[in-house]
Design a protein around this ligand. Structure first.
Ligand SMILES: O=C[C@H](O)[C@H](O)[C@H](O)COP(=O)(O)O
Length: 256
C-alpha cells in the first residue's frame, strides 16, 4: 500500500501485484487494457527488470503495447504467440458467475480474442466492480462505421424483440467525433440497467450485421482478484472451465 496513491489506485495495485505472482518464466501472457491493467503491466515490468523474468506479452490495445514497451516487456502479436498461458485484465463489472462487462475503454474486441485464446483468464478489480446482475454499466458494442445508423436501428429492434428494455443506444464520442477503436470501428453503449440473460443477449447482438463484438465475456474468466484500499487482495476461483480450457487450445491438434 502506498500513501501517495488514492484508495482506488491502492486497490488496483493490490490486485495487480497478486495477479502477476501467477506469471512464471516462459509464459505467454495476455496483457489487458485500462486503469487496473495499467498497474499489472507496471508490476510485471518490475519483475522483468528486477528478476530477469523471461516472458512474452501480447497486448490488447495500442495503449498497453506502448506501456509494455516502456516497461521493457517483450511483446509479440497473438499470431506469433498463437496460444497463451494466461491473460490478466480488468473489467467494468463481474457477477457471481464471473461473467463480465468489458469495453469501458473501447478495447473489448482485442481483449476478448486474447482472453479466449488463453488457458486461463484472471480479472483484477476493485470491489466497486462486483455486481449481483450485469448491466448497470452501459454495455459496449463495437460496430463497423459503414451503415452505422442501420446497425443501430437493427440493434434496437433486436432488443425490443427480445423484450430487453434499452433506455439508450448511445454512440460513444471522443470530443466532437465518434470514438474510434484500435480496429477503426465505432462503439454504441447500451444502457440496459439489468441484463436478464447475458449469454442470450451476447449471441443476439453478435448476430446483427455490422456488429463486430460486444463487451459481454461469458464463461471466459476463471478467477477474480479483488484488491482493497488497505492493500489486501482476495482471490476467487471459478469452478471447472467451460469454454476455453487447456484442452480447447485450437492449435493443440497441430502439434503446438
Ligand atoms: O476497454 C477496456 C477494458 O475492457 C477495461 O478492462 C475495462 O474497461 C476496465 O477498465 P478499468 O480497469 O479502467 O476500470
Amino acid at each position: 500500500m502506498s500513501a501517495d496513491l488514492s484508495p482506488s489506485d491502492n486497490a488496483k495495485l493490490a490486485a495487480a501485484k497478486r495477479a502477476v505472482e501467477f506469471i512464471e518464466a516462459g509464459m505467454r501472457v495476455g496483457l489487458g487494457t485500462g486503469s487496473t491493467a495499467f498497474w499489472m503491466v507496471k508490476c510485471l515490468g518490475e519483475r522483468v527488470r528486477e528478476e530477469g523474468l523471461n516472458i512474452v506479452g501480447v497486448p490488447t490495445s495500442s495503449r498497453t503495447a506502448a506501456q509494455a514497451r516502456e516497461e521493457g516487456i517483450e511483446i509479440v502479436t497473438l499470431d506469433e504467440a498463437r496460444w497463451l498461458d494466461l491473460t490478466i485484465d480488468g473489467a467494468d463489472e463481474f457477477d457471481p458467475e464471473m461473467n463480465l462487462i468489458k469495453g469501458g475503454g473501447g478495447a473489448h474486441l482485442q481483449e476478448k480474442i486474447v482472453a479466449t485464446a488463453s488457458d486461463r483468464m484472471i480479472v483484477i478489480a476493485d470491489p466497486s466492480k462486483a455486481v449481483d446482475h450485469l448491466g448497470t454499466f452501459p454495455l459496449p458494442v463495437e460496430v463497423i462505421p459503414f451503415g452505422r445508423e442501420a446497425t443501430r436501428a437493427l440493434i434496437e429492434r433486436s432488443l425490443r424483440e427480445q423484450d430487453v428494455w434499452a433506455r439508450d443506444v448511445t454512440l460513444r464520442m471522443s470530443g466532437d467525433a465518434p470514438f474510434v477503436t484500435d480496429e477503426g470501428n465505432h462503439i454504441f453503449d447500451l444502457s440496459l440497467r439489468r441484463i436478464g440473460d447475458p449469454r442470450e443477449l451476447s449471441l443476439m447482438l453478435n448476430q446483427v450485421p455490422g456488429v463486430v463484438e460486444n463487451g459481454l465475456f461469458i464463461d471466459i474468466c476463471d478467477c477474480v482478484i479483488i484488491g482493497h484500499g488497505d492493500g489486501r487482495a482476495e482471490t476467487r476461483e471459478r469452478g471447472p472451465r467451460v469454454l476455453h480450457a487447456e484442452a480447447d487450445n485450437v492449435f493443440a491438434d497441430l502439434g503446438d
